[in-house]
Design a protein around this ligand. Structure first.
Ligand code: TPP
Ligand code: SF4
Length: 299
């Protein structure tokens, strides 16, 4: 994959006038993933910030056909669309389900697991802003240890984030990838690749969120990069079980040195109640996972 912005499709699939917040990581990611997927795509999505970005029927800034569904049935609705297209012999249209972490890690896991087990021909995208952000920052099982949310108001969250990549990997998928709007070419390339593969593909987008995480809107790209520099987020692909670092994470795995997680944590208001013990626990969690990935990359 070459690092070259000129290969990015110039067409826009989100017209000016969306209702996402200023500095929203999700809207940047969505812009680039639609450029990669192009017109021959159908989207299905549940209630979420993305649903708000799409707007109220019949007005929307998004030019790709979309079905609105419920949290628990996001992947089931994609299965239905895929089955309908197959019945019509329309095998050249990409079906994409896209949901927040609440609708993926928590409420939608059952229909996603079912579709993945059947290897349904679709792409499932989780944009992970680490909370139920559309309804004002409630805790999800993707919220990191030490973050304060409106449902953890006195003490911050006490548990580590669920490792959803491991869960999806256990379904033996043909393709899984993690990416971030801070690295638009990495994101674009992975979606171009995912579109060409058949079966269930799982894409995880780490999506910084200024109001939910408590940082200035201008810092979205920086926060996303710090997440990678500290190993909180690992850019990677898992293709038919084979793990590969990509982009900046690949460089860090070969010759770089990860930054301590404090460099990432100290820039976000959501971590202001985090204790030193929790910071150490988070660092250990990050290091353990990083070392596991290093071992796998060498296999
Ligand atoms: C059954 C049901 N319960 C609650 C809601 C209210 N609701 C709308 S969006 C949302 C949060 C979804 O969180 P997530 O999936 O993480 O997406 P995000 O808001 O972060 O984009 C909630 C609880 C709803 N629409 N339907
Ligand atoms: S709350 Fe966060 S994820 Fe939702 S639109 Fe605003 S910035 Fe984006």
């Amino acid at each position: 994959m070459k690092d070259n912005i000129f290969k990015i499709n110039e067409k826009e699939y989100i017209l000016p006038g969306s209702r996402a917040c200023q500095g929203c990581g999700l809207s940047l990611a969505y812009r680039h993933l639609l450029k990669a997927l192009r017109e021959d795509t159908i989207i299905t999505l549940p209630a979420s910030c993305l649903c708000v970005l799409h707007g109220l029927y019949p007005i929307t800034p998004v030019t790709i056909p979309t079905l609105n569904t419920t949290f628990a049935s996001t992947a089931a609705s994609a299965s239905g669309i895929a089955a309908g297209l197959a019945a019509l012999n329309k095998t050249d249209i990409t079906v994409v389900a896209i949901a927040g972490d609440g609708s993926t890690y928590d409420m939608g896991i059952q229909s996603l697991s079912g579709a993945a087990e059947r290897n349904t021909d679709f792409i499932f995208v989780c944009y992970d802003n680490e909370g139920y952000m559309n309804t004002g920052t409630q805790r999800s099982s993707a919220t990191p240890l030490g973050a304060t949310t409106t449902t953890t108001p006195i003490v911050p969250k006490q548990d580590n984030k669920k490792d959803f990549i491991k869960i999806m990997e256990a379904h033996d998928l043909p393709y899984l990838a993690t990416t971030s709007p801070s690295y638009p070419i990495d994101l674009y390339d992975k979606f171009v690749k995912a579109k060409r593969i058949k079966g269930t593909r799982y894409m995880h987008i780490y999506s910084p969120c200024p109001p939910g995480w408590g940082y200035p809107t201008k810092d979205t790209i920086r926060i996303g990069k710090l997440a990678v520099e500290t190993g909180i987020v690992v850019l990677c692909e898992i293709e038919n079980g084979k793990f590969r670092f990509t982009g900046r994470s690949k460089t860090l795995s070969k010759k770089g040195k990860k930054l301590p997680v404090i460099n990432y944590v100290e820039r976000q208001g959501r971590f202001k109640k985090m204790s030193i013990e929790q910071l150490n626990t988070l660092q250990t969690w990050v290091d353990t996972r990083w070392n596991e990935y290093l071992r796998r990359a060498e296999e």
